[in-house]
Design a protein around this ligand. Structure first.
Ligand code: KIV
Ligand code: ZN
Length: 518
């Protein structure tokens, strides 16, 4: 193994999905996994197979769809979890099981209620069993950040003896400071002495996830676990884009170390994850925030005009961001120019059918919106690909506001080539639209979250609505996306998008039900 290479282990689809409100359906996860592979991620943690039939299904579909990155499933140190993980990743070309047990006194005593000896035994059994499915087994000492060094050495020795190839040291609660992580890694690096790769997994509770990860790399860690946009449990995980760009920008401090990431795919990946999860990075977020390359003050702008390096340590183009976001196409542009443009924007694997649908939508948009930017086109295509499985499709809607706060909506929906119309009243226009959709489809959704945002520039910007809707309390809420110049139409589309996702998830589980699931 090349000792200068930092293995990028992305856990957006597992730890990232544990961000409150970030649950994704199978199709969305596959889309992200394909983009992560394009980005150059070494290992994709695709989920936690034993968590639910939906997770199992998503991991196994990702395992079939991805051929370059290693596909990994998380598993607690139990027989059933490991078996589910092994089965879910079975079809992957490159596969890994990631099993873990907590090693800190506080977790062993209060959560596991297990004596340290028993924890060691469980860890050995877990790795030994995982090895019957795959050769590539990673072991995590959960809450390593608060574990005792002597006990960690005992566990590390035992699991390496059982065949673990990667030892992950999570700072599960984001408690440690960079110097402490550096000292911990340095000691374990010496102890492990090349018998396994040391990995870091730092949470961001004190805002130190990335700093801790970089400090650990300088002490010998050669795998980093991270997420796009820093998504993850609570305050999130170390953000991949920050780690990668720090190593690239400060080569002088990392002495020949490198990652396999194609940094020009960072911006597209960040946008895709934000669109799918509905969680936008804060505007001042490093690397991918809206303001990360914006220069507001006159002095800075003057400096930038004279020499870009006066106020920029990285170029926007390094992360694939075209700052000019030029006005590209208008209503007279043809299909060939449109096709050319979407290739330039990185959508090179679009099918002819999807291209035609996107082009039709572009024409409708170009009729209403004066200036069509790169962003408009990217958003249009991403939205189209997220709303492909349309059991129900919104055709039109009409709203009437009543003075007493009530509103009524008349909605027309296409279902199996049939047009169905109905109307209902509600507490406000959005409620009236959703109630009418419920009446037409026969599914009653409970709206958990609703957001509307202008997603492109100008007065006539596109409105993007994201809805989270629960259709059955036994299933997680479904996310729907709707895009239109008209917020009401976007809302109706988003609500129907959530319903379509729900129906497609039910379908997929019915046809691929996992006989091994307990
Ligand atoms: O934060 C953590 O400890 C984890 C482990 C399961 C790796 O996510
Ligand atoms: Zn974690």
């Amino acid at each position: 193994m090349d000792n200068n290479r930092i293995i990028i282990f992305d856990t957006t689809l597992r730890d990232g999905e544990q961000s409150p409100g970030a649950s994704m359906n199978t199709e969305e996860k596959i889309k992200i996994a394909i983009q992560l592979q394009k980005l150059g991620v070494d290992v994709i943690e695709a989920g936690f197979a034993a968590a639910s039939p939906g997770d199992f299904d998503a991991i196994s579909q990702i395992a079939s769809a991805i051929d370059k990155s290693t596909i990994c499933s998380l598993a607690r140190a139990t027989e059933n979890d490991i078996k589910q993980a092994g089965l879910a990743i079975a079809k992957a070309k490159r596969k890994r099981i990631h099993t873990f047990i907590a090693t800190s006194p506080i977790h062993m005593e209060h959560k596991l209620k297990m004596a340290p000896d028993k924890v060691v035994q469980k860890a050995i059994e877990a790795v030994t069993y995982a090895k019957t499915f795959v050769d590539d087994v990673e072991f995590s000492l959960e809450d390593a950040g608060r574990s005792e060094m002597s006990f960690m050495k005992e566990v590390v020795d035992a699991v390496i003896g059982a065949g673990a190839k990667t030892i992950n040291l999570p700072d599960t609660v984001g408690y440690r400071f960079p110097d402490e992580i550096k000292a911990m890694v340095a000691e374990l690096h010496k102890f492990i002495n090349g018998r396994a790769v040391i990995s870091l997994h730092n949470h961001n509770d004190l805002g130190l996830g990335v700093a801790n990860t970089l400090a650990g790399i300088t002490a010998g860690a050669r795998q980093v676990e991270c997420t796009i946009n820093g998504l993850g449990e609570r305050a999130g995980n170390a953000a991949m884009e920050e780690i990668v760009m720090a190593i690239k920008t400060r080569k002088d401090l990392f002495d020949g170390l490198y990652t396999s990431i194609n940094t020009k795919e960072i911006y597209t990946t960040s946008k895709l994850v934000a669109t799918i999860t509905g969680i936008e990075p804060q505007p001042n977020k490093a690397i991918v925030g809206k303001n990360a390359f914006a220069h507001e003050s006159g002095i800075h702008q003057d400096g930038m005009l004279k020499c870009q390096e006066t106020y920029e340590i990285m170029k926007p183009s390094d992360i694939g961001l075209d700052k000019n976001n030029s006005i590209v196409l208008g209503k007279h542009s043809g299909r060939a120019a449109f096709k050319d443009k979407i290739k330039q924007l990185g959508f090179d694997d679009i099918s002819d059918e999807d291209l035609q649908t996107a082009f039709d939508k572009f024409k409708v948009l170009a009729d209403k919106k004066k200036e069509i930017t790169d962003d408009d086109i990217s958003i249009l295509i991403t939205d189209e690909s997220l709303n492909k499985n349309k059991v129900y499709e919104l055709v039109s809607l009409q709203i009437a506001d009543c003075s007493n706060g009530m509103a009524s909506a008349a909605v027309c929906i296409k279902y199996n080539d049939e047009l169905i119309q109905d109307a209902a009243v509600g507490d406000g226009t959005i409620d009236a639209i959703f109630k009418t959709i419920d009446r037409i489809t026969g599914y009653k959704g409970e709206l958990n979250d609703y957001s509307v945002k202008a997603v492109s520039e100008g007065k006539d910007a596109l409105a993007k609505v994201v809805c989270k809707v629960t259709f059955n309390s036994d299933n997680p809420p479904m996310i729907g996306h709707g895009l239109s110049l008209d917020t009401m139409l976007a809302s109706g589309r988003a609500y129907l998008g959530a319903l379509n996702s729900y129906l497609s998830m039910k379908d997929s589980l019915r046809s691929k039900s996992n006989p091994h699931q307990v």
